[in-house]
Each structure stands twice: as C-alpha cells, then as structure tokens.
Design a protein around this ligand. Structure first.
Ligand code: DHB
Length: 290
C-alpha cells in the first residue's frame, strides 16, 4: 500500500500534504480550477488587495532551467482581481469545480493589503462572506512578505510593524470570535536574531496564528540577460523575488528553524524549491509542503 499523504493544517484535514503557493497562476478562477482538479491537498488563491490592480509592467516573470541552475523570478506587483473576486461564490465554484467532492478540498484566501486598514477591510469582507454561509473558505493567509511593491519594504523584516499588524488583526472577530485559522506568509530569514524576533512575535499571537508558511520568495534578487544586457525583469531595476529549486536550501533552513522556535500550536507549511518527492525532506522538519 502506498504511504498515506494525508495531513492536517490548522486542524483542517488535507487529503495530500502538498498544495500550491499563492503566486503566479493563482489569480483567476480558471487558474485555480487546475489546482482544484489536481491532487493538491488544498487550493490557495493569489494574494488579494482591496480592489483589483494590474501589477508591474512586463516582463515580470522569468524561469531558468539548465543542468547547473534552476530558478524562477517574479515581480508581478500583485496583479489581482480584488478580494471580492476571490471570495465570490462563482470563483470558489470554478476553483473547486473539477474536484471529486467540491466541498471537501479546502479553499484558502491570501491577502496582502497596502496597509493595516486595507487588511482589516478585507478581513471584514471575508468574515461577512463566511457569516453569509460560505463554508468552503477554510482559512486566511496574511502575506507579510511581498518583496515586489515599489516603495514598500517587506513587512516581516520590520518587526515593530509586523507586531502592529498582528496586534490589529488578532482582535478581529473573524479570528478572535469565529476562530477562522490565520496563516502568516513569511519571508526567508538568514540570521539567528532575526529568526528569534520573528518567532517571538508569532508566538505572542498563537491564539489566532495557526500556521506559518515559510518561505516567500527570496526578495530583491537580480538576473541579467547576457545577450540583451538588461535585467530579465522590468520593474524595480530588475530586482525581484527568487523561487524555484535555487531556494530549497534557504526554505529548508527556515522551516527547520521555525519549527524549533514556534510553539506547537502553530503548524508550518514548507514553501520553496519543492520539485520532486525528495522535496518532501522538508516534511521531516515541517508539517506540510508547497
Ligand atoms: C507578489 C509576489 C510575492 O512574493 C508575494 O508574496 C505576493 C505578490 C507579486 O509580485 O505579485
């Protein structure tokens, strides 16, 4: 018998422990339906803002596969259809339309507001939707790690700001009263004291933070096209978030370190560089994978 890949995330049962990350190819109902139809254990939508936006100029994604180098980069700048779209009955219907049992595959929304007020406004909308009877939204991922917004630093690299956001959202009825699981998308850390500060902030809110997804892209990387002699990505002088197999080592270290530092009530989703079954070595130190 093959080994079971079932797991739970924030007590939510998943048929398989692998699912998608929020990012490119998660922005439309049609794109999400491909994840719904796959054996992914859950469907996670693109990080939303309060209203729709088109994002950064093209080219904004890059993928490189060679014998000695495998990497992707993106600086999409949060193109998305707005929170309304990702919580609409129609979008969730479409995302889950090809699943064998459309009410059994958990659907997660991701939010990445421009400021605390925008995150609060989106959370209130999500809460209202759940209160109106939408039972398929099983959790909310708050992205504190987007590196691609021009003029906006990565929130979770500013620990005071990170705590202010956690403090504000932790009081909202969606989490404080109705106990919808809150996940936090984290950037990669590279040094002990930063891990300590980040984990301490998360642990302080473990009554509402039920999982951590580590890691988001490695922010502000650069690739130059040697023929065009230009950055492969157009915005921010080519500076963009790195993902793909190149980040596996960073991701693995972050999952390991977070598991050591976070309280047991906070699950960990290992994200980044998972390419084959061997990527599941991340499972040895975390709980779930993307
Ligand atoms: C984008 C990139 C991210 O790494 C992220 O977490 C959210 C959005 C983007 O550029 O669209």
């Amino acid at each position: 018998m093959p080994p079971s890949l079932k797991t739970t995330l924030a007590t939510i049962p998943l048929d398989t422990c692998v699912y998608n990350a929020s990012g490119p190819r998660t922005g439309s109902g049609q794109a999400l339906s491909k994840i719904g139809a796959s054996s992914a254990g859950a469907v996670l939508a693109k990080s939303a803002t309060l209203t729709s936006q088109t994002g950064n100029p093209l080219p904004r994604t890059w993928h490189h596969e060679a014998e000695d180098s495998h990497a992707s980069m993106n600086s999409e700048g949060l193109p998305n259809a707005g929170i309304d779209y990702y919580i609409s009955t129609e979008t969730i219907d479409e995302a889950l339309s090809d699943t064998s049992n459309s009410s059994s595959k958990p659907y997660f929304v991701s939010i990445s507001g421009k400021n605390i007020a925008e995150n609060i406004a989106m959370l209130e909308q999500i809460h209202a939707k759940i209160k109106s009877g939408e039972t398929r939204i099983k959790g909310v991922e708050l992205n504190l790690a987007c590196p691609n917004i021009i003029g906006k630093p990565i929130i979770a690299y500013d620990f005071d700001q990170m705590e202010s956001v956690l403090e504000a959202v932790s009081k909202l009825p969606i989490f404080a009263v109705d106990k919808i699981p809150l996940g936090i998308k984290m950037p990669p850390y590279f040094d002990g004291p930063h891990y300590d500060r980040a984990a301490a902030a998360l642990n302080k809110y473990s009554h509402v933070v039920k999982y951590v997804a580590s890691i988001n892209t490695v922010g502000n990387c650069l690739m130059i096209d040697p023929v065009a002699e230009m950055p492969v990505i157009r915005s921010k002088g080519g500076f963009a978030g790195l993902s793909g197999r190149a980040v596996k080592y960073t991701a693995l270290a972050n999952v390991k370190k977070m598991r050591e530092l976070l309280v047991d009530e906070i699950d960990i989703v290992g994200v980044g560089g998972v390419y084959s079954g061997q990527g599941t070595s991340m499972m040895d130190v975390g709980d779930c994978l993307r």
